[in-house]
Design a protein around this ligand. Structure first.
Ligand code: SER
Length: 897
């Protein structure tokens, strides 16, 4: 049964049973604690927690999921995918355990002719949580499972949560027995390769807090209702129903293996296990990469971008290890589109962008691999020169860390060069690095606020935001928190330091940081029992999207919970903030006008006077594109467009063409901000000017790269823009006065000076070389005779490079004639480096002298290394203090030979 049929039957089954079909959410939802959506239930979390009322009692979906913790298992086992489709059914306080078990069992075991999956009931097993007798009995009663095919497991396996605070509960998993040829009997508790998990039914009934592992977290209490969350692995069911060996050979992934095989010298499934794993890694990761890019991720060095980069690099390296030496990612993306497009139209509609980003990463990584190969060759040469055959662990680590070489690639290249690798040393350095990464992650986690203290307020009343209509509001203090702990009173005298106090109000004009706009500044002043209390607001953040927490510095008096206050935003601040935010929309609109619809927003930030805007785009903008963007923006400012906002349904806003940031989750009712009719239309909860002229001039400061495929423009707006221009004018005036020319002649004058400087530098180089040649001629005259060899061994002053030395050495060797001769020159190079070159003529080589051996003697004395051939070798060391010792060592060595 094809995957699309499995998806269709699943949805039909649950829609028929009264569920509302809900589309998959993006794999990126705006939760800083969750890198990617990893389960079907993620988009429903507020419904489970009771924060929002679900518009339906039951729902079903097929959710795009990303899970990368088991990335090393991909291709090795039969069943691990980094991207997979989770088919789920959800009940929000409607049916519970019995309903969930009945619905799952019927779909699995109903015959194929009658619309089910036609699985043999004799092959199905279930697990339940340790003390969940109710579920165990239901499996017997509803499904007729014999007790020996119902197994009990502990927290780690049968108690499900997202791994972070949120809804959780005991679960019951359904397994399919693939048969005795796949391992020993005994059910899932014994063998998870033979018994394949296909479906997890979670009985969502509690809320969890922070914790350290799957088995260790605090249960905060019951959820308002008992819910169901299930997840069936579509790829795994396809694997079983299609009679293939593993998930990678199912109908949506196998084509990627086949495309890869067209390029590879060695085929798939021809008896080489390592190759097969590489094929499967390519299939799995290419697909995940396409989905991630489709949902707005660009390759980068941290967070989501890093995951994408890692996946693409693993694809490229696996291809290399398969012996593929041409670019292949473009073709892989086309194959993913063809296979997945029917269910994921975004992969078709957005294909050009997806392919462009993936291929750009391949090109960049191939460049890195080339530089890495160069480093490898240097390291291999130095290893051999040092007389060993073991490449050091630290070389292998640098190749891994800086150039992304997996150890296996280094091992292969080393073997080709006749070397082995200090694998233990490598592993030691890797372990150290992992340790550092762990410590970083732990530190980050601790910085995350524990929301449980705020729960009571979250559950009672949200803060009303009044700031679209007024800048000053009367309000009541709902709660006071110090370091996240609730307190009844906070006072100025002896009170806590500024950044630790938060006031939560029932209404507020303060804009809380979101959508790229930073929080308002202003004051909160007591009017009731808190008279004489005054606080400066330094930051405002939303908690659970509904409570406004004002971080304050209590400047006088004391604030008491329940008291009335006046909250007042600094009008100048707000004016600047609106200029910044409206300016961002204008630059965004101008950018798309100039660059076209592929310039998709990737993030933004604005504060009074300044804005920055990130967007997906390959390559730098040209000077004329930048000027055009600035021009279009300022023309729209001058047109004095009216700015107006309204709320509407999400679908309607989208139909109007309103732009939304990928990956944000929006409620059904959204706010749209419109500037100048069609000029700019965006979903936005921010504060804006009333008409575009209020933004004032917009000056683009520059445009730069912030990761692969993402560019950033920065701009000043309003008075800051004017001040910036004034500063530039003053700078130019200063330059003109030092150069003693009128301002408009400054560029020509500077160009002329640069040209003259170049000529002077060339002249200087010539003179330096001429001096050195003269010195060389003297050197020839003063050549020493050691045994049968004429030796010129000299220290050269004046910042000479290795290239200068090579020219000179050749010069001197030529002048020394055909009798045995050795030339060794060491220079006092830049930054205390000591480049050196040794040459040995043929007659001296006949005596057994070798430049690549003599160079080692020199290297040791100047803390460096060198290598080369018998006639010419070179190297570099550090510390000119060692030069005399090096010369002496060389003389001594020649004396001995
Ligand atoms: N949330 C559960 C899981 O991911 C069931 O959907 O396994």
């Amino acid at each position: 049964m094809q995957t699309h049929e499995i998806r269709k039957r699943f949805l039909d089954h649950f829609v028929k049973a009264g569920h509302t079909e809900v589309p998959s959410a993006s794999v990126i939802l705006d939760d800083p604690n969750l890198l990617f959506v990893n389960a079907g239930m993620v988009q429903f979390v507020p419904y489970f927690l009771g924060q929002r009322t679900p518009p339906y009692k039951t729902a079903t979906s097929i959710q795009k999921c990303i899970r990368t913790p088991d990335i090393d298992e991909v291709g090795v086992t039969t069943r691990h995918n980094t991207f997979f489709q989770m088919a789920g059914n959800f009940s929000f306080g409607d049916y519970f355990k019995r309903g969930a078990i009945e619905l799952a069992w019927t779909l699995l075991t109903t015959s194929i002719d009658d619309g089910g999956f036609g699985m043999d009931p004799e092959r199905l097993w279930a697990t339940v949580y340790l003390d969940d007798d109710e579920a165990a009995e239901l499996w017997q009663e509803v499904a007729g499972l014999p007790p020996e095919r119902i197994q009990r497991r502990g927290m780690a396996d049968n108690y499900w949560s997202m791994g972070i605070p949120g809804p959780c509960g005991p679960c019951s998993e359904i397994y399919y027995d693939r048969g005795p040829e796949f391992g020993v009997e005994g059910g899932p508790i014994v063998n998870e390769e033979r018994y394949l998990e296909i479906w997890n039914l979670v009985f969502m009934q509690n809320e969890r807090g922070e914790g350290t592992s799957k088995e260790d977290f605090e249960i905060l209490g019951p959820l308002p209702r008992k819910n169901i969350d299930t997840g069936m692995g579509v790829e795994r069911v396809a694997f079983l129903l299609q009679g293939v060996h593993n998930v990678y050979e199912t109908d949506l992934l196998r084509p990627i293996i086949d495309t890869t095989a067209r390029f590879a010298p060695r085929g798939y499934d021809v008896g080489n296990h390592d190759d097969d794993v590489r094929y499967r890694v390519i299939a799995d990761h290419s697909r995940t990469a396409a989905i991630l890019i489709g949902d707005g991720v660009s390759p980068g060095n941290d967070g989501r971008g890093y995951v994408l980069r890692r996946l693409l690099r693993r694809v490229i390296r696996s291809a290399k290890l398969l012996g593929i030496d041409v670019p292949i990612v473009g073709e892989l993306m086309s194959t993913v589109r063809d296979a997945m497009g029917p269910s994921y139209p975004e992969l078709v509609n957005d294909f050009d962008r997806i392919q462009r980003i993936a291929v750009a990463e391949e090109t960049a990584f191939n460049r890195t691999l080339t530089s890495g190969s160069r480093l490898f060759e240097d390291a291999a040469r130095a290893t051999k020169a040092a007389g060993t055959t073991v490449l050091s662990g630290s070389d292998a680590f640098t190749l891994h860390d800086t150039y992304g070489f997996p150890l296996e690639l280094t091992l292969e290249m080393a073997a080709e060069a006749g070397l082995s690798v200090d694998e233990e040393g490598f592993r030691h350095l890797m372990a150290e690095q992992r340790q550092r990464a762990k410590a970083d992650a732990a530190a980050r986690k601790q910085a995350h606020t524990d929301l449980s203290a705020y729960r009571e307020l979250v559950d009672t009343a949200p803060t009303e935001f009044t700031g679209f209509d007024e800048l000053t509001s009367e309000a009541k203090i709902l709660g006071i928190f110090v370091d996240g702990h609730r307190v009844p009173v906070v006072s100025h005298n002896g009170g806590p330091s500024p950044d630790r106090v938060e006031l939560i109000l029932d209404r507020t004009p303060f804009y809380a940081e979101s959508g790229g706009q930073i929080a308002d500044e202003g004051t909160i002043v007591g009017t009731g029992a808190s008279v004489a209390a005054k606080a400066a607001v330094t930051d405002v953040q939303k908690i659970a999207k509904t409570l406004w927490a004002h971080r304050v510095n209590v400047e006088s008096g004391e604030f008491v919970e329940g008291d009335t206050v006046v909250a007042a935003v600094d009008p100048r601040w707000r004016h600047g903030a609106t200029q910044g935010h409206s300016g961002t929309h204008m630059v965004h609109a101008a950018l798309r006008q100039v660059l076209g619809p592929n310039a998709v927003q990737a993030g933004s930030l604005n504060r009074p006077g300044y804005l920055r805007f990130d967007f997906n785009w390959q390559g730098a903008l040209s000077e004329s594109q930048r000027t055009d963007i600035e021009e279009v923006t300022n023309e729209a400012v001058e047109a004095d467009y009216e700015v107006h906002s309204f709320t509407t349904e999400l679908d309607k806003a989208k139909a109007m063409g309103a732009m939304a940031l990928f990956g944000e989750s929006y409620p059904d009712e959204v706010r749209v901000v419109e500037i100048g009719g069609p000029f700019s239309l965006e979903l936005c909860g921010g504060t804006h000017v009333r008409s575009s002229a209020q933004i004032g001039p917009v000056t683009i400061l520059g445009e730069s790269s912030v990761g692969s495929g993402v560019r950033r423009v920065e701009a000043y707006v309003g008075l800051d823009s004017f001040r910036h221009l004034a500063r530039e004018r003053a700078l130019l005036a200063g330059l003109a006065s030092s150069l003693k020319v009128p301002s408009d002649e400054v560029p020509a004058r500077v160009a002329q000076l640069v040209e003259r400087l170049k000529v002077a530098e060339k002249e200087l180089d010539k003179m330096r070389l001429a001096n050195a040649r003269a010195a060389a001629a003297n050197a020839v005259a003063g050549a020493e005779i050691i045994g049968k060899v004429r030796l010129v061994a000299q220290r050269m002053a004046g910042g000479m490079s290795a290239a200068d030395l090579r020219t000179l050495v050749a010069d001197i060797r030529g002048k020394l004639g055909s009798d045995p001769a050795v030339v060794a020159l060491l220079a006092e190079g830049e930054n205390d480096t000591v480049p050196f070159v040794v040459a040995v003529n043929p007659a001296a080589q006949d005596l057994g002298l070798r430049a690549n051996e003599l160079v080692k003697t020199v290297g040791v004395a100047v803390n460096g290394r060198g290598g080369g051939k018998a006639d010419l070798a070179q190297g570099s060391g550090k510390g000119a203090g060692g030069i005399d010792a090096a010369l002496a060592a060389l003389r001594a060595e020649l004396g001995r030979s």
